[in-house]
Design a protein around this ligand. Structure first.
Ligand code: F6R
Ligand code: MG
Ligand code: MG
Length: 369
């Protein structure tokens, strides 16, 4: 059975500030998607949150970029915004940048990760939700899952994985993409995706020889760039991703292993600071220290003819306690840099924040030395 998994997400109002989603918004989103399920538009759904982001996890049979599914998500966010306005939640409707829906939600503000595939006999999927960071925050963990044998034992000891994977990488400034094969183009791949402000992994595919067909994505990352859409900083494009696991793909534990290291990502406080990403449960995704540090939540499901059996809140596991502790230490260390790089982002990355307006004031005061 061909099934589509879509995560469509938006920040339609925070509570308090940019910290979390009010329960009434979750409730409203649930009512809307339940109705869509009854009407046969959705096979199943799960309402999730990460920080101030409302995440609609949906399964259906309408393929990616379906107007009906995108409209459902758009209308749901609009209705949730009405409640956010009544409650005067912070920055109500923040991510809905357009007044009108015109067939596709892309470019309108919300983030999207979608993939269509033939559901296998056993189909475990992990929905990753991040807050206070950007899509490039997935570069390192997705690379580790599909490209690094020190993370994914299967790359060296499972014959089905030996042919490696194909990475689709976006150059987000020039709207171009390139396909790179691992293991043979591993160094080229790293040369690109290490430059996180420019190159992001969009999708990963299996290669010939894998049990999973080579035209079906094994992972997809949301790459909408909110600040580019809006022209200036209006909120971080906190990303989501979907990763399929097991039987020729990384095992569940190989998919989660990268998050045992709280690597540095951009997006903390005002979208302008680097900080360590903290693996947490959905309940603990309430970034409150200096509006952070950035969070990652992982919800695991088994698919049963499109039905979402789950979720299991995977990063809640005690084995991630040490990563959380280290994250606290790294957060202390980074914070002590205050307004200095590399805690604050580089000048180039600050271009889309409010900083240029501050500097504008000083323009006429510079003299030749
Ligand atoms: C929002 C975020 C926050 C805000 C900060 C300032 O996702 O990252 O750190 O940027 O709280 O918000 P405003 O400008 O709305 O006061
Ligand atoms: Mg917000
Ligand atoms: Mg957010």
């Amino acid at each position: 059975m061909k099934i589509t998994v879509s995560i469509i997400k938006a920040d339609v109002g925070g509570y308090p500030g940019h910290c979390s989603v009010h329960p009434k918004l979750k409730e409203k989103a649930g009512t809307e998607l339940e109705e869509a399920k009854k009407n046969g538009i959705l096979v199943d759904y799960c309402i999730a949150t990460c920080g101030d982001d409302l995440e609609l996890i949906m399964t259906h049979t309408k393929g990616v970029d379906s107007e009906e599914i995108h409209k459902l998500a758009w209308d749901t966010f609009k209705k949730c915004t009405e409640i956010a306005k009544e409650l005067k939640l912070y920055s109500a409707g923040q991510d809905l940048l357009s007044d009108a829906f015109s067939g596709n939600i892309r470019g309108l503000g919300p983030g999207i990760a979608e993939m269509e595939f033939e559901e296998r006999k056993g189909e475990p999927i992990v929905c990753f939700l991040m807050d206070k960071t950007d899509p490039a925050a997935f570069n390192l963990p997705i690379f580790k899952m599909f490209g690094d044998p020190f993370n994914t034992a299967g790359l060296s000891i499972d014959p089905s994985m030996h042919s490696g994977f194909r990475f689709e990488v976006y150059d987000i400034y020039n709207d171009k993409k390139v396909m790179l094969n691992t293991p043979e183009e591993l160094y080229d791949l790293l040369a690109l995706i290490g430059t996180k402000s420019k190159y992001v992994i969009k999708r990963v595919y299996p290669r010939k020889g894998n049990k999973v067909p080579e035209n079906e994505p094994a992972a997809v990352v949301c790459t909408e760039k909110l600040f580019r859409i809006a022209g200036e900083y209006v909120g971080k494009d906190d990303p989501v991703a979907i990763v399929r696991a097991q039987s020729g793909l990384p095992a569940l534990g190989e998919v989660l292993e990268p998050f045992s290291f709280p690597y540095l990502v951009a997006g903390w406080m005002r979208g302008s600071h680097n900080g360590p990403i903290m693996p947490v449960s959905m309940e603990d995704a309430t970034p409150s220290r200096f509006d952070g540090p950035p969070r990652v939540v992982a919800l695991g499901f088994q698919l049963a003819n499109g039905k979402l059996v789950g979720p299991v809140d995977l990063l809640k596991d005690k084995s991630f306690d040490e990563a959380r502790r280290l994250c606290g230490k790294v957060a202390d260390y980074m914070r002590r840099h205050g307004p200095f790089e590399p805690h604050r982002l580089s000048a180039e990355e600050m271009e889309y924040t409010t900083l240029p307006k501050v500097l504008e004031k000083l323009k006429g005061r510079f003299e030749k030395i």
